[in-house]
Design a protein around this ligand. Structure first.
Ligand code: FEO
Ligand code: CA
Ligand code: CA
Ligand code: CA
Length: 622
């Protein structure tokens, strides 16, 4: 089919200077408002947010969770003024969640604190509406919904129902409680949301001898990240509610045997935001690792669909899932959306990427017949498909995938179908580990963005590097894209295309734990915009953005001190963009919802969505 190029657009704002304040910055002519910060009630079951940290676990179950991350706007009947906003709540800040931080009494975390923390994680579905130019939550809407680290979910695909996931909660292995550390996101052509489970492994502990697949994902060896397991054996505990986070094999009777609990985590989870009674479903065929987002290829009738997901850890891999079913455009109109999800996401082939030096690449199938190390097949090494999927990273090691510099988000160009992925940074890429063609810089503190083009029907792709992060003053080997003070960037993470072909790039320098590179020492985290050409325009594996054309990479937004910028959602008419401010330490200012007001004094910080509009109501960015 002939692909129509998008109507040409040009960026119509001036690139912002560096900024380090306790407020957000937007270009002249734009406004930004704080929207749905953590603790904002979704219904009458929650008390208003309490400035002293005194909300209850029940309040959090009925309010916005903490640490907003991946996000998508689902228009209601195509509207740009009413829709459902799906928002991930990646993790928590115990200092601001509780009145004075986490407590432990005689080695145990208090049950109410743990329940509050569990309920502050997960996903929110929020019915939102714009009236008189301003966005509001539709309080008590039947669509408003929270998924937490305790919500019952289905396990579908090849791992569902196997011995790997049988627990006292689900003796037949078809369900698990909770989704955890939901970072990047995706959505589907049939109107569902996909939330990605990233750093879930650290919430579990196995103090015994860990099998290879647990070592490979980083299950805690001494304690869970928040010590949730220490709340076990409280008289109020419901069926291993807390005990399940300790997966050590104890030899106790089967009713308390939680050794398999963590095997129910590490997946892409599909949610139907339009059906409040639907059950979130973990799609195990798409692999088990530290999932970061999920973008799909441009759907073509009669062809399989491809979904791409990074695994965000140093030297981890990039994956592609290709559906067995071929795309039927009528499925985009069906209302049994999770049945459509089952059709495309439960059966198919998972691949992992190998990049070649000449700008080509191969997708290596993680199926039994694929030959890996020592001439052995994946079946020889792992057995059946459920075993391969449980230890996806181990299988990818075995077939010789290319270790990358922390693969974060993916985004698909709306017309040419090129796939972009952020490689956020890798400070452990030292002389011993060496570089490889798609990760060509040692001590890659700045990260880069790679892109490729493939066809779901073949296992080949072509690739190049779109832009190298760098500070403006770096030497030519570091600043390969010729960035300036007006667009220097490091640690690209969140990524989104709008349908006009504008690519929005967000950064996460982790500056809440120190400003560890020269960009982070010059400016807070930010969102930039650029209008890329097609991959075919590039000249091999050099940077596509370079000194001769980098003026079109412009800084659109700078966040408050210490916060990461993440999550991208846009209305169909481009007049409202939603993004998330994650882990600020002294923002937003009390007494105003103007996101650009810098805090004076000290406030209880709130991760929050920010909605950006043009003061004249026009389309954003152009
Ligand atoms: Fe949660 Fe990879 O960022
Ligand atoms: Ca994050
Ligand atoms: Ca991220
Ligand atoms: Ca990150």
């Amino acid at each position: 089919p002939v692909v129509q190029p998008p109507a040409p657009v040009k960026l119509g704002f001036n690139s912002l200077p560096n900024s380090m304040t306790d407020g957000c910055v937007v270009p002249d002519g734009y406004v930004a408002h704080v929207f749905a910060p953590w603790g904002t009630p979704l219904n009458d079951n929650a008390q208003a947010w309490n400035q002293n940290g005194n909300n209850t676990s029940s309040d959090l179950l009925n309010s916005m969770g903490m640490h907003h991350d991946g996000m998508h706007f689902f228009p209601i009947e195509g509207s740009s003024t009413e829709g459902l906003l799906a928002i991930n709540h990646e993790y928590i800040d115990q200092r601001t969640l509780h009145p004075s931080g986490a407590t432990t009494v005689a080695g145990k975390r208090p049950v109410e604190e743990v329940r509050k923390e569990i309920n502050a994680h997960g996903v929110a579905i929020v019915h939102v509406r714009r009236e008189n130019g301003r966005w509001n939550i539709v309080h008590n809407s039947r669509f408003n919904r929270r998924f937490t680290s305790a919500t019952a979910m289905k396990l579908a695909g090849p791992v569902g129902g196997t011995d790997w996931v049988k627990t006292p909660f689900s003796p037949n292995g078809t369900q698990v409680r909770g989704t955890n550390n939901n970072c990047g996101n995706g959505y589907t052509p049939w109107g569902t949301y996909i939330t990605a489970e990233e750093n879930w492994a650290a919430c579990f502990v196995n103090t015994g001898v860990q099998p290879a697949h647990q070592l490979r994902v980083g299950i805690g060896a001494a304690a869970g990240r928040y010590g949730w397991e220490t709340a076990a054996n409280d008289p109020s505990e419901v069926l291993g509610e807390f005990a399940r986070f300790n997966i050590t094999e104890t030899g106790v009777d089967a009713t308390q045997d939680w050794r398999n609990e963590a095997n129910g985590f590490g997946y892409l989870v599909e949610i139907d935001p339009f059906d409040p009674s639907s059950i979130a479903t973990k799609r195990t065929a798409m692999g088990r690792f530290a999932h970061e987002g999920c973008a799909y290829s441009k759907p073509e009738a009669g062809k399989p669909l491809a979904f791409y997901s990074g695994d965000d850890s140093r030297f981890e891999y990039i994956y592609r899932f290709v559906s067995e079913a071929v795309w039927d455009p009528k499925d985009a109109e069906r209302t049994d959306r999770l049945a459509v999800g089952a059709k495309y996401l439960d059966k198919g082939t998972l691949y992992v990427a190998r990049f070649n030096a000449d700008g080509s690449g191969e997708w290596l199938a993680l199926i039994g017949s694929t030959v890996g190390a020592g001439g052995r097949t994946l079946t020889d090494e792992f057995g059946t498909l459920d075993n391969i999927l449980i230890n996806t990273r181990g299988a990818a090691d075995f077939v010789g995938a290319t270790p990358m510099d922390r693969p974060e988000w993916t985004a698909t160009h709306p017309t040419n179908g090129d796939i972009y992925l952020t490689l956020t940074n890798n400070t452990s890429r030292n002389a011993g580990r060496g570089t490889n063609p798609p990760n060509p810089r040692l001590n890659n503190v700045n990260g880069h963005i790679i892109r490729w083009h493939d066809d779901a029907g073949t296992a080949k792709f072509k690739w190049d590097i779109f832009v190298f992060g760098s500070n403006a003053g770096a030497d030519a080997d570091t600043n390969r894209s010729g960035l300036t003070a007006l667009n220097q960037l490091a640690s690209p993470d969140g990524l989104g295309f709008d349908a006009r072909g504008i690519l929005w790039i967000q950064t996460d320098n982790g500056i809440d734990s120190g400003r560890n590179n020269d960009v982070a020492r010059a400016t807070n985290d930010q969102m930039l915009a650029v209008i890329p050409g097609a991959i075919a325009d590039s000249t091999g594996t050099g940077p596509v953005i370079n000194a001769s054309n980098q003026a079109d990479l412009r800084r659109f937004f700078v966040g408050p001190n210490e916060a990461e910028i993440t999550g991208f959602a846009v209305t169909p008419d481009y007049t409202s963009i939603f993004l998330n401010i994650q882990h600020p330490v002294n923002w937003p200012a009390y007494g105003t919802d103007d996101a650009t007001v810098a805090t004076t004094g000290t406030v209880r910080a709130r991760s929050s969505t920010v909605v950006i509009q043009r003061a004249d109501g026009g389309p954003i960015g152009v």
